[in-house]
Design a binder for this molecule. Structure first.
Ligand SMILES: [Zn+2]
Length: 181
């Protein structure tokens, strides 16, 4: 009984999650990278057109999906577009954390040329950046679930914005994601 009520409450607080976003995350998780790439590309275009805060996240995820689908040139385009949007919006901590994660992922796949390209682009976005001063987050971070319960997107503690000491905001759908201490 109690559990059911709690679930209802959580759902009531979550913003409307676009079905296309849920579908995009599902396709990515299932390994349908071409499908995920086209869905995230669509989400990125729509979000960018309305100046939405999630546009860079959608571009980055489209970029990852294109790379995994073997379309590395288009993938790198989207990755750079996403990182560039973070920079334009002054979110340099996100350029740093997300950019470095992407470079690591590309190197792991032996995509050295693409990794070097992203690393060089990051240098132009972050000419003098001290990561120690970036993105304040709770001193003692709770452990977050690996995926957003509302939209299924991956959740990473160094990429999300924190609403309070125990709650992060999903970067993709805006739902609160509670951590466990
Ligand atoms: Zn979400």
């Amino acid at each position: 009984m109690r559990r059911g009520f709690g679930r209802l409450l959580r759902r009531a607080f979550a913003p409307d999650v676009p079905p296309l976003l849920r579908r995009a995350n599902e396709m990515f998780m299932a390994g349908d990278y071409a499908g995920a790439a086209s869905a995230f590309e669509q989400l990125a275009r729509a979000a960018e057109a309305r100046g939405g805060p999630r546009a860079p996240f959608f571009h980055v995820q489209a970029g990852r999906a294109f790379v995994l689908a073997g379309q590395t040139v288009t993938g790198v385009d989207h990755l750079q577009r996403g990182l560039g949007l973070f920079a334009v919006r002054g979110q340099l901590g996100k350029v740093f954390n997300i950019g470095n994660r992407i470079v690591g992922e590309l190197r792991q796949r032996n995509l050295t040329k693409e990794a070097d390209q992203i690393a060089a682009y990051m240098k132009t976005l972050l000419p003098a950046f001290d990561p120690a001063t970036a993105s304040p987050s709770p001193a003692k971070k709770p452990t977050l679930p690996t995926h957003c319960p509302s939209c299924g997107a991956p959740v990473r503690s160094d990429e999300v914005d924190w609403m309070d000491d125990a709650t992060a905001e999903c970067s993709f759908c805006g739902s609160p994601v509670r951590g466990e201490n």
